[in-house]
Write a protein that binds this ligand. Structure first.
Ligand SMILES: O=C1C=CC(=NNc2ccccc2C(=O)O)C=C1
Length: 123
């Protein structure tokens, strides 16, 4: 793979998966995120994502997920890197924002972390 395009199926180091649609000529894409983790009491369901990527062999990108089984939103920013064998990986940093009942709890509303995604290998 000489050029990284986000279209397709990805799995992260939490074993969550995402399916990304075709990328438009403006770099826009959409998809579905199936999380493997949750701190919600509600059953986990697939959540929609929207994003945009840059161009080039190793593009930067960002995407947003509205978790539809919790009042929370995640944004991911990252870059797609090709390793020596042309394998792709998505190195990301994310913010996760939970809805708070009161502004006095705003201080604890946002979590940050990193995540790496690899092409899903059909098990
Ligand atoms: O109800 C919720 C709310 C947030 C969630 N976050 N998952 C993530 C947050 C950051 C990075 C990766 C993930 C993931 O699910 O892979 C999952 C379920």
């Amino acid at each position: 793979m000489r050029k990284c395009v986000l279209t397709g199926n990805w799995t992260n180091d939490l074993a969550s998966t995402m399916q990304i649609s075709n990328v438009s000529n403006t770099g826009a894409f959409s998809g579905i995120y199936q999380t493997a983790v949750s701190d919600s009491i509600n059953p986990i369901r697939p959540s929609p994502l929207q994003g945009v990527q840059g161009q080039g062999a190793q593009p930067v990108f960002g995407f947003t997920i509205k978790w539809n089984f919790a009042e929370s939103i995640s944004v991911f920013v990252g870059q797609c890197f090709l390793d020596a064998d042309g394998k792709e990986q998505l190195n990301t940093t994310w913010l996760l924002r939970n809805m708070m009942e009161s502004r006095k709890d705003d201080w604890k509303a946002t979590r940050v972390g990193t995540n790496t995604f690899y092409r899903t290998v059909r098990g």
